[in-house]
Design a protein around this ligand. Structure first.
Ligand code: ATP
Length: 486
């Protein structure tokens, strides 16, 4: 991760964003009541809506709106041989260094960015007190045991990525649906990595959610599909309002062993550039590896998986269990795979950081003060409109309730009669509500309401019965984006 130009300004911006997400019920530290744990986060009432909207937008773009992608929801717990065949048992590790003085553990490739356990303003390399070990590999998978006996045959892992559940179900999907190569299988779900240094808020967590799709294509068409998916995925972020100037593509020059090409989509967070999504051409590596895994499993005696050798590949591997029969060509082969793998938490954090803005607005007495506003895309905003009766009397609440009941059948709306109107506007601005609808004395007289725009703060008066159309039009919400995606 590259640090941005002015570190002080950026860290104070990040502090403000973290404070807002706590103050307004977006994100809390996990187990805060007990002092918190590192690398796990809870999404509060606003956060769960925002993150769900991000995941829904992904699902809609990747599954609903396409004819060539189907969905899946595979289990987090899988047969341990899955992780041997995928390469995670032997290779999913980061080199780490321990400090014998402060007893902290650091990623060897990120010592500069690490914080000394005794002198928090220094890195372990220049704190003057550290006594560092040689780098050792540390597997990032969380171990767990199936059933009551904790021996090696019962050991498995919390999945570190959702992708392997897709590969393991490749044959099931082929035999139960009408999919034909090229096609994709998409899934959204939790993944777990025992990161050595979880940090930058939710950016690097130990428990997080991924949105991954494996797109199976004919070998030889893979380079074209790879290019297409990089474009499609980059556009997804900008279509949802992310500043294109803060997005960049980073092609990997050092490739993972399974990859023929990898490009990351990165976002300029206040703490620097960070990966939102990786798009990789994984060739036929995974399906072939799982064919080897299946050949190995019958011979496995339940011993330590890291000392198990995977069975050699069958000479006729292209006709194996995970091959595909092309009806038209009358040919069997193992498809190539393009994988766009995104993080739901990182995308949510990027949308939050991008939406955060401060401007000025007059308070109730006309004094200009700083206003904090989340300029979220309407599709992502947790609440689409707030219904605000001016008074708690004179028929305002009854009229406002009627409007609320009508709109809530179609949109996620909020009813708020709790404080002075200015304060209520500020609260809605801070959670990113695009429109506020105020019911006042004129509403009672002539049936019109005030609609206030979050970004321009301009107010217009419209008749109550125009509200539905106005909301649809102003928020750019279509029938399909108003409904939950799954
Ligand atoms: P990094 O290099 O940042 O560790 P990665 O390249 O290992 O990420 P992938 O394995 O490609 O990540 O996972 C796909 C996506 O899952 C990432 O682009 C990211 O959005 C998300 N992701 C991965 N690790 C984490 C994590 N520890 N916390 C939150 N999101 C993560």
């Amino acid at each position: 991760m590259t640090a941005p130009a002015s570190a002080d300004a950026s860290s104070s911006l990040m502090e403000k964003i973290v404070a807002l997400t706590k103050r307004r019920g977006f994100i809390f530290q996990s187990s805060e009541l007990y002092g918190g744990i590192n690398g796990a986060w809870d999404y509060g009432p606003m956060g769960v809506l925002l993150k769900r909207n991000v995941k829904d937008a992904w699902w809609r773009a990747m599954v609903h709106d396409r004819e060539d992608v189907v969905g899946l929801d595979s289990a987090i717990l899988m047969h341990p041989m899955v992780w041997k065949a995928s390469g995670h048992v032997d290779g999913f590790s980061d080199p780490m260094i321990d400090c014998k003085t402060c007893k902290k553990r650091f990623r060897a490739d990120d010592l500069d960015g690490a914080i000394c356990g005794q002198k928090p303003s220094k890195s372990p390399q220049n704190c003057g007190v550290s006594d560092l070990t040689e780098p050792r590999n540390f597997n990032l998978m969380f171990e767990t045991f199936l059933g009551p006996v904790s021996d090696s045959s019962a050991k498995t892992f919390l999945r570190p990525e959702t992708a392997q559940g897709i590969f393991a179900n490749f044959a099931n999907v082929i035999s139960t649906t009408r999919v034909k190569v090229p096609f994709g299988i998409a899934q959204v779900g939790k993944s777990f990595r025992n990161e050595i240094n979880p940090r930058n808020f939710t950016f690097r967590s130990r428990e997080f959610e991924q949105m991954e799709m494996e797109f199976f294509c004919v070998p030889g068409t893979d380079d074209d599909w790879f290019k297409k998916w990089v474009e499609i995925r980059q556009r997804w972020y900008t279509d949802l309002g992310l500043s294109s100037g803060k997005l960049r593509l980073r092609e990997h020059d050092k490739l993972a062993h399974y990859s023929k090409a990898t490009t990351d989509i990165e976002y300029l967070f206040p703490f620097g550039w960070g990966e939102l999504e990786g798009i990789a051409n994984r060739t036929d590596f995974d399906l072939r590896q799982h064919q080897r895994g299946v050949r190995t499993v019958g011979k496995w005696d339940g011993g330590d998986l890291s000392s198990v050798e995977l069975a050699a590949e069958d000479a006729e591997y292209h006709k194996g269990k995970l091959s595909y029969f092309d009806d038209e060509k009358k040919q069997r082969y193992i498809p190539y795979v393009i994988e766009p793998a995104a993080g739901a938490d990182r995308a949510t954090l990027a949308f939050l950081c991008d939406a955060y803005a401060e401007d000025s607005a007059p308070d109730a007495s006309g004094k200009v003060e700083t206003r904090v506003v989340l300029r979220l895309h309407p599709q992502l905003a947790p609440i689409k409109a707030a219904i605000l009766p001016l008074m708690r009397k004179d028929g305002h609440p009854e009229r406002a309730r009627k409007i609320y009941d009508d709109l809530k059948r179609r949109f996620f709306v909020d009813y708020d009669d709790s404080a002075a109107i200015g304060k209520r506007y500020r609260r809605q601005d801070e959670i990113g509500t695009p429109l506020c609808i105020t019911i006042d004395y004129d509403t009672i007289k002539d049936g019109t309401v005030t609609v206030r725009d979050r970004d321009s703060m301009q107010q217009i008066r419209v008749s109550e019965d125009q509200l539905r159309n106005l909301l649809e039009e102003k928020l750019g919400l279509t029938e399909s984006t108003m409904k939950p995606a799954v």
